[in-house]
Ligand binder design. Structure first.
Ligand SMILES: NC(=O)c1ccc[n+]([C@@H]2O[C@H](COP(=O)([O-])OP(=O)(O)OC[C@H]3O[C@@H](n4cnc5c(N)ncnc54)[C@H](OP(=O)(O)O)[C@@H]3O)[C@@H](O)[C@H]2O)c1
Length: 254
């Protein structure tokens, strides 16, 4: 249940080793979130993240492993996570994602399939499962890490951008689907974030840190914002980006 100040007391993160999600959890635990479930693919990294949260004040931190290349398992993974949280969670964060590999000789169909699965098929299946459970409990917030990459898809990484566009649209439609149930869905659209996902890549303009995304998300869910842009003014930058003619859009630096 939310505490008297409306802060979540329990949280579940799918993609529990994500740099952005880890920063968000740090902020939530500082705000007295005490029960945390971290789900991810690497047990060692999950345990290390769990130990940091326990040191920061979380009283129960459980870990669950899964592989987001297997969407048919998503419902079972969500059920295991909820059981590990004691049956209920106030906040669920979808942070699973991966970029496509740098291209040399055209698209690699196997990589395109993996990027579509990890960024769209698995998260969509897990969100459907989460929404069902949270609606049954009658309350809860779902935070989905989308990206500006899906607002207008760039030629440089269009398998990733197209999958992000899909999960963004899915999450917004899910927000409509659960309206009035006590459950809310918040779609986060960061620009470039300095995290392990972008390590070694040239930073885009207006790059932010995971801590800045965490603060924007914390504020956004407090204000019940449906779409949270990070930084906020990217909302206006992308009004212009959407209007650029294709010939100009293609020439923008990668
Ligand atoms: N960084 C950016 O510039 C940026 C911008 C906009 C949106 N986002 C989105 O924000 C979210 C978090 O990204 P981040 O920057 O925090 O990067 P990150 O640290 O690499 O987080 C990505 C998460 O997805 C997990 N993951 C990847 N493939 C998986 C698989 N097959 N099975 C299970 N888990 C898998 C990663 O696990 P491992 O730790 O084991 O790799 C990690 O927990 C992603 O959805 C990303 O698309 C990032």
């Amino acid at each position: 249940m939310l505490d008297a100040f409306g802060h979540p007391q329990s949280a579940l993160v799918l993609g529990g080793t994500s740099d952005i999600a880890t920063a968000l959890l740090g902020a939530l635990v500082a705000d007295r979130c005490r029960t945390v479930v971290l789900a991810g693919r690497d047990d060692g990294r999950l345990r290390a993240a769990a130990a940091r949260l326990a040191d920061a004040g979380a009283t129960s931190v459980e870990t669950v492993t899964f592989d987001a290349t297997r969407p048919e398992d998503a419902d079972r993974v969500v059920a295991r996570c909820l059981a590990a949280a004691g049956g209920q969670v106030d906040l669920a964060v979808m942070a699973v994602g991966r970029l496509d590999q740098p291209r040399r000789d055209g698209l690699d169909p196997a990589d395109v399939a993996a990027v579509a699965t990890v960024n769209f098929a698995w998260p969509a299946a897990a969100l459907a499962s989460l929404a069902g459970h949270l609606c049954e409990q009658g309350q809860g917030r779902i935070v989905v890490l989308s990206s500006v990459a899906g607002v207008r898809v760039r030629p440089a990484n269009f398998p990733y951008g197209a999958a992000k566009r899909g999960i963004d649209a899915f999450a917004l439609a899910l927000a409509d689907e659960v309206a009035g149930s006590g459950v809310s869905v918040h779609v986060v659209r960061p620009g470039f974030v300095h995290s392990k996902m972008t390590a070694g890549r040239r930073a885009a303009p207006f790059a932010v840190t995971p801590a800045e995304v965490a603060e924007a998300v914390r504020r956004g869910i407090e204000r019940d914002e449906r779409i949270i842009w990070v930084p906020g003014f990217l909302r206006w930058v992308f009004v212009g980006m959407r209007l650029l003619p294709p010939a100009l859009w293609r020439r923008l630096p990668a």
